[in-house]
Design a protein around this ligand. Structure first.
Ligand code: S3P
Length: 165
């Protein structure tokens, strides 16, 4: 099986869905954010604060390059698609699945979450404009789009498996 990459905005459910999907397919599970934290030895907030977003993106692209290309489900950070090289790599080496959720739903899910540096200040405005700018990029990168609205994690996992067959 070619690697499966889950893409989508922060709070779309990539991490939870990817874990269950990997379990269902009995393949390994990876999360690029987790790999970045391991590689840098500090939290994402700390990387953004001390090195800045550009350095975070460098590490993110390097981590993506090291991911297995077979028998793996890989959850990615919401901004991984911004770099053209990352889009190209995911699209050419695996199946890319976009988890779509509406911005209103996402904002509700992320209420009170302090782990995402891009949403710390001017939360609403920043999130909305990022969302609008990234939506077409997710769609252009994905082989499959799954609407997550009012679906449980297991329903989403089933839908992914059906849509890949
Ligand atoms: C980011 C999304 C985050 C994380 C970082 C930047 C983004 O991952 O990589 O805070 O630019 O959208 P999640 O999508 O897992 O929250």
């Amino acid at each position: 099986m070619k690697a499966i990459y889950l893409i989508g905005f922060m709070g779309a459910g990539k991490t939870s869905v990817s874990r269950k999907l990997a379990e269902a397919l009995t393949v390994s599970h990876y999360d690029t954010d987790h790999e970045i934290v391991e590689a840098a030895g500090k939290s994402i907030n700390d990387i953004f604060a001390s090195e800045g977003e550009a350095e975070f993106r460098e590490i993110e692209s390097a981590v993506l390059k090291r991911m297995p290309q077979h028998d793996a489900v890989i959850a990615t950070g919401g901004g991984i698609v911004v770099a053209e090289e990352n889009r190209r790599q995911m699209k050419s080496t695996g199946t890319v699945i976009f988890l779509y959720a509406e911005i209103g739903e996402i904002l509700q899910r992320l209420e009170g979450d302090n782990s995402r540096p891009l949403l710390q200040e001017k939360k609403l405005e920043a999130a909305q404009s990022l969302y609008i700018s990234r939506l077409p990029i997710y769609r252009q990168t994905a082989h499959i789009e799954i609407d997550t609205a009012s679906k449980s994690i297991s329903e989403i996992v089933k839908e992914i498996i059906v849509s890949m067959n």
